[in-house]
Design a protein around this ligand. Structure first.
Ligand code: CUA
Length: 329
């Protein structure tokens, strides 16, 4: 009874990893689907081979007990070895062909309708949307919006060390290498929030380098592009106004940009619409006024080693700046 419970718990734990918004076994985009088919095909084939090897091994051991070694006929042995070599060659060729078709399926199409540049930073994702004839370009961080049902070309670059961009539910995995530009096809077939994670050890906070891909209907995506490309539009209120003044007077403005203000630093993430993002600090905490205040008050305790220094602020300044950040929707 106890063993059955342990097995059930074990199976449930394994199965948990098969679904969710960050799983290569729960694909929601064409590239991820191609990869899932390849994974299942190769695992199934290897399982059959393993089973066959175990059966042959068991049979050999059993026969060894029954017969004398000299009785094993030479001719039988030759047939078995030849068949095994031929089967191995056929299966390797089969897996090579399957891998080739998968690679072709996840490759970039001739012309993707949207191109987004993602630049790896220690330890956050800089996301750059090039402008079009209708809207100016803009930058955001750790959150990528894409329209469903469209091919998106993600251009991957790095500012410092090698990172790896991986949204398991939507696409394959690709490195971001300093000094060069890599490409990846991203595509979502259904709306949703898909989580990704840096997949290459890149330093102290590698594990806190998450990225969210929000796939939405084309009309919602167009609305999002329009709001993000606009200058900052904070809500009104005395604390927000005071927070804006404090932000611009303190060193914050030297590292961050808020479009529509004098803040135009480029070291840290663009904060023009920081309040509209689901999380701050690359997926570390949800964006709330409280989490913003905690982050600004002591970023090194929340994410040791990151590049944001602790700026001395009075408690009133801290509250006001947090209110201003939250208002930047
Ligand atoms: Cu970036 Cu690991």
């Amino acid at each position: 009874m106890r063993a059955a419970r342990v097995i059930a718990l074990w199976a449930a734990t394994i199965a948990c990893g098969c679904s969710g918004n960050q799983s290569a076994l729960d694909p929601s985009g064409a590239p991820a689907l191609h990869i899932e088919h390849l994974i299942i095909g190769i695992v199934a084939l290897c399982s059959v081979i393993w089973l066959a090897v175990m059966l042959v091994l068991g049979g050999a051991l059993w026969r060894r007990r029954q017969q004398d070694e000299t009785e094993i006929r030479q001719r039988q042995l030759t047939v078995v070895v030849t068949a095994a070599v031929a089967a191995t060659a056929i299966m390797i060729a089969g897996m090579t062909v399957a891998s080739f078709y998968t690679t072709r399926g996840i490759g970039l199409p001739e012309k993707a309708s949207i191109t987004i540049t993602v630049r790896g930073q220690q330890w956050w994702w800089q996301v750059i949307y090039a402008g079009s004839s209708e809207t100016p370009g803009f930058q955001t961080a750790n959150e990528i919006h894409i329209p469903v049902g469209q091919d998106v070309h993600v251009r991957l670059e790095s500012a410092d060390v090698i990172h790896s961009f991986w949204i398991p539910s939507l696409a394959g995995k690709q490195d971001l290498v300093p000094g060069r530009s890599n490409s990846l096809l991203l595509r979502a077939e259904k709306p949703g929030v898909y989580r990704g994670q840096c997949a290459e050890f890149c330093g102290l906070q590698h594990s806190h380098m998450a990225v969210m891909v929000i796939a939405e209907a084309p009309a919602d995506y167009a609305r999002w592009i329009a709001s993000q490309s606009a200058d900052a539009n904070p809500t009104t209120g005395p604390d927000v106004a005071a927070g804006r003044a404090a932000f611009l007077a303190k060193p914050c403005a030297a590292c961050h940009t808020i479009r529509g203000t004098a803040a135009n630093g480029t070291t840290g993430p663009d904060l023009t619409h920081v309040g509209s993002r689901q999380t701050i600090a690359a997926g570390l905490v949800e964006t709330t006024r409280g989490s913003l205040a905690a982050w600004i008050a002591d970023p090194q305790t929340l994410k040791p080693g990151n590049n944001m220094p602790m700026v001395p602020l009075t408690s009133i300044e801290l509250q006001d700046i947090s209110a201003y950040m939250e208002s930047l929707k």
